[in-house]
Each structure stands twice: as C-alpha cells, then as structure tokens.
Design a protein around this ligand. Structure first.
Ligand code: PAF
Length: 278
C-alpha cells in the first residue's frame, strides 16, 4: 500500500495504476463500515484508493472538528489489511491551498434534514468530494447509506458537474445491538454507548407502525419520538418521515418513505435512517 500526501504524488501513482479505480473517501477512524466499502470497491476495481482527510469545511462548530477522532497509524494498518492500494492523506493546505476560493453548493436536495440542522455542512462535503473526484478520476466511489442525504447530494453534484465518477451507495453496517457504525461512536461514554441503540429502536418503531397500516406521517413521527423518549439520554434534533426522492416531509405515507433521525447522546450527534414501503 502506498501512502501519498500531495496532489502531485497522487497524480504520479495514479498514472501507473491499473484501471478501473475505486475511491473510498473517509475522514479516518476506520471501522467495519469503511472496511465493507473497501471490500465493495475491491470487488469492482483493479486499484482501490482511500482518502483520509478530516475536512474542516464540513464542520459547523470548531469543537466538533477538533474532537473528531483521529489516529493515522491505526487507520493505515486497517486500510492495508482491508486491501487498499493507495491512501491519500493530505494536509488541509494541500486540499485547500492558499487562494482557494470555490464552494460547490448543491440545491434543494441539500436543504432539509442535515442541511437545515447543519448550515454549510453539505457545501463543505460537496466541495471536498468534488476535489477528490477531480484528483482521483475514479470510475466509481463508494459511500455508506447511513448518510443517505449525503449520498444523494454527492450523486447530484457528480451528475450536474459531469464528473466521470459513478456514486455507489452501500448498505449501513451495524453493531449487533443495531447501532449504525460511525466514527463518532468512539466519543460516546459507556452510558452513552448503552443508550445509543435507541436510534435504531425508534426507526423500527416507525417502520412497524407503517407495516401495521399507519399512513399518517405525523403519527409515525410520533411513534419514533415516543421511542426516543424512553431513553433519557437521547436529545432528538429531528425526526423525519420523508419522500426518499425529494426529502420533503410526508403527510400521508402512500409510497416508499425514508425514516431518519438525528439525536444527541452525551453531546455526540448521531444519525441513522431506514427505508420503508407502505
Ligand atoms: O462521510 C464522510 O466521511 C465525509 O462526509 C466524506 C464523504 C469523506 C467527505 O469529507
């Protein structure tokens, strides 16, 4: 596995790399969810590139950026064991050199949910992913569906900018108790970790209500909130039952619905979602 830190080094190693190339963009603190993305990329690609970059432009609060878990040595070991060929681990100045003054801002799909709760977040994500897509020129890039809206935003951005990289959405990987894997889980206290599976239980309460015939969006949101209220440590940010294409909240559930939520536990903001069919 080669580790490169500059745009020029990346271009040089890629010039000699067999195609197709699969890209797995990450912010490090690798877990089994990232490994599953690498496995998927490995199956499709002759060369697997992983980027490891904690992108300051997608964090609203400086504290959230500072506290994001980092351990490059551990990440490189895990990347190599997972079968990555090239790791791109740049500095902030390498990604955003002096004079950098461009923002990639995706429209309506980025506005609700995470976009409303974290102003500027998706501009930061779309900008860094556009740079990564331009630098790597991969045939495919792999993203986890825990961040469903992120996948939709990136796909829109790649289509609209005619970037040659196809976005491949990959299933969420979960702990045995249902908690979606996330680098942020590392920041939970033991009590917070014990409380965190309530996100999954809330999603399952919503989908059980739909499976039981409930068609009111408000009633399903109430079922999800009710489950969150059983866990005193859980502070909901939003609870949503939305059209998976537009992410507009559904009044009546008469088609596929995306159930999603964002919840703070121990001050750590966790998100998860579940797709259901009426
Ligand atoms: O999902 C993430 O880890 C990040 O948002 C991404 C896509 C690597 C961009 O920084």
């Amino acid at each position: 596995m080669q580790v490169v830190r500059t745009r020029a080094e990346l271009r040089a190693v890629l010039a000699a790399a067999p195609r197709p190339v699969g890209l797995v963009p990450t912010m490090g603190w690798l877990h089994a969810g990232h490994v599953s993305l690498v496995e998927r990329a490995r199956a499709d690609s002759a060369t697997v590139v992983m980027s490891i970059f904690v992108n300051p432009r997608q964090f609203g609060e400086a504290a959230d950026f500072e506290q994001y878990p980092r351990n490059e040595g551990r990440d490189l070991e895990r990347a190599e064991a997972a079968g990555v060929d090239i790791v791109f681990a740049p500095t902030v100045a390498e990604v955003y050199p002096p004079g950098f003054d461009t923002v990639v801002s995706v429209g309506a799909i980025s506005w609700p949910l995470e976009g409303a709760a974290r102003p500027g977040h998706f501009d930061g994500v779309a900008t860094v992913v556009a740079i990564l897509f331009a630098l790597v020129g991969a045939e495919r890039a792999y993203f986890g569906l825990k961040d469903y809206q992120q996948v939709r935003v990136i796909r829109r951005m790649a289509l609209d900018l005619a970037l040659p990289t196809t976005v491949v959405p990959c299933e969420t990987v979960r702990e045995p108790d249902g908690l979606a894997l996330s680098s942020r889980n590392a920041r939970l206290t033991p009590a917070g970790r014990a409380a965190a599976p309530v996100l999954r239980r809330a999603l399952l309460a919503g989908s059980a209500a739909i499976a039981g015939g409930e068609r009111s969006g408000d009633a399903v949101r109430a079922a999800m909130r009710g489950m969150l209220e059983t866990e005193p440590a859980a502070e909901p940010d939003y609870v949503s039952v939305a059209d998976p294409d537009t992410l507009a909240e559904l009044e009546t559930i008469d088609r596929e619905a995306l159930l999603s939520l964002a919840v703070r536990i121990d001050g750590v903001r966790l998100i998860d979602n579940e797709m259901t069919r009426a």
